[in-house]
Design a protein around this ligand. Structure first.
Ligand code: CLR
Length: 429
């Protein structure tokens, strides 16, 4: 149990959410469950494990057997790459979904990014600029909230980009459920991978100690044909441990659909240790405690642009740290009113807000536009086709056979435009 439970307010908070049910953004939370960090920061975790991320780019014909010496039955660089992508992905899960809640802290409500909010930084690898990994995050939509991100390293020729749109709802039993739309696409040295996002919920609400538990399934489809199916569960489903998962590697989506014997099965905790079946033996696959996330280097607030998250939210964050409800709403209102004024002005002048580094691409339309240059979008379409995953705007990872897929009519996706970043004049890393 956390310190929250000592306050009478936790139970009144639960009562208040029971009465709103539905969207989380529609009610004001008490200060003790507010986090001073904006959701636009969360996508940085895709790059936090620089060793694992850059490691994926370094696999080749010469070194692939040495990568996982404990696993004997690896037969090709493609298989090593699939394993390395999974290992990196599991580490990002740990960072995205639990790192904020370690050391006795619990999940809190992050700040809701405004349209055009950006969060940028880098991971420095050594002296040369080319070897730095750059991180860009941009709030590309406010209603519904959508965050787009890109993490890239020029020297190592690796990039992951994507976007996430979350839908939160409270069930009658006060369970907070979160569904995600969007995906990530990892590209390196001619290989690409489509990564779908899992659903999640918060556990521990009733004991005032909320933490994230992932659920259902997500996929990693590679351009080499192979696909990971990753199934998530909490305490007591496949094991007695929280944050459990089971990942099966199949030679292709057909083999997966037919439930053929997987090439590899990895089991364990995405926030801890996992093992892999190698022939008939179970050996260690990954131990998250052996890898440390590398902190992102972010400019000091004084040097930031007005659209940069930490600068824009500075007053609100300070008020949250003080726990001063009045000051929180004053500072928040100020920011939100400014935003409303901006939108009004834009409507009046008929100059809608322009996204900075990402553009929304209608996949159905662009298929018929031969001059379209959206390379990554073409990869998205090709990978989705290989996997049988829907390209439409429905829950991430839904299959083409589902009712939702048949009902949905749109297929627009956010895509990173590198040239826009290269021509960026105002925001620096
Ligand atoms: C956002 C997209 C990231 C992964 C991610 C991690 C944690 C999630 C977050 C997403 C969405 C917001 C979230 C958060 C954990 C807790 C927080 C669900 C999916 C909710 C809004 C906090 C509620 C607080 C209660 C005490 C009411 O890539």
């Amino acid at each position: 149990m956390s310190e929250y439970s000592e306050t009478v307010s936790w139970s009144s908070f639960l009562k208040s959410i029971a009465s709103v049910s539905g969207d989380l953004s529609s009610f004001t939370a008490p200060p003790f469950i507010l986090s001073p960090v904006s959701l636009s920061e969360f996508s940085q975790y895709w790059g936090a494990y620089q060793d694992l991320f850059l490691g994926v780019a370094q696999i080749n014909k010469q070194n692939y057997e040495a990568y996982y010496p404990q696993i004997r039955s690896i037969k090709s660089p493609d298989v090593t790459r699939m394993l390395a992508v999974l290992q990196w992905y599991l580490a990002t899960l740990k960072c995205q979904y639990t790192s904020r809640t370690q050391k006795g802290a619990f999940e809190k409500k992050p700040l809701n990014p405004f349209l055009g909010e950006v969060f940028v930084g880098k991971w420095e690898n050594n002296e040369s600029k080319k070897s730095d990994t750059i991180f860009l995050s941009e709030q590309v939509s406010h209603h519904p909230p959508v965050n787009a991100f890109a993490v890239f390293n020029e020297e190592n020729n690796i990039q992951v980009q994507g976007y996430s749109q979350i839908k939160t709802s409270f069930s009658k039993t006060l369970k907070l459920n979160v569904k995600q739309q969007g995906h990530a696409i990892l590209e390196t040295n001619g290989n690409s991978f489509l990564i779908t996002f899992p659903s999640l919920h918060l556990e521990g609400m009733l004991v005032a100690a909320p933490y994230v538990e992932l659920e259902d399934t997500s996929y990693i489809q590679s351009s080499c044909g192979m696909i990971w199916r990753i199934e998530y569960s909490g305490k007591g489903y496949f094991s007695g441990q929280k944050n459990s998962f089971k990942a099966n590697l199949y030679k292709d989506a057909k083999a997966m659909e037919k439930n053929e014997k997987p090439i590899f099965t990895v089991n364990g905790q995405w926030s801890g240790v996992s093992t892999i079946f190698d022939g008939n033996k179970e050996v260690l696959f990954s131990d998250q405690s052996k890898h440390q996330p590398q902190p992102l280097k972010v400019k000091p607030i004084e040097n930031q642009h007005n659209l940069e998250s930490r600068k824009a939210w500075d007053d609100v964050a300070k008020a949250i740290e003080l726990g001063d409800m009045k000051l929180i709403s004053q500072t928040k209102n100020k920011l939100e009113n400014n935003q409303r004024e901006l939108r009004k002005k834009e409507a009046k002048e008929k100059k809608p807000w322009e996204n900075r580094w990402f553009k929304k691409v209608d996949v159905i339309k662009t298929k018929t536009e031969p001059d379209f240059e959206g390379d990554t979008i073409n990869k998205l379409v090709a990978l989705a086709e290989l996997s049988g995953i829907s390209i439409k705007n429905i829950q991430s990872g839904s299959k083409t056979g589902t009712k939702e897929h048949k009902k949905a009519t749109t297929a627009s996706h956010w895509s990173f435009v590198m040239d826009n970043w290269l021509n960026e004049k105002e925001i620096t890393i």
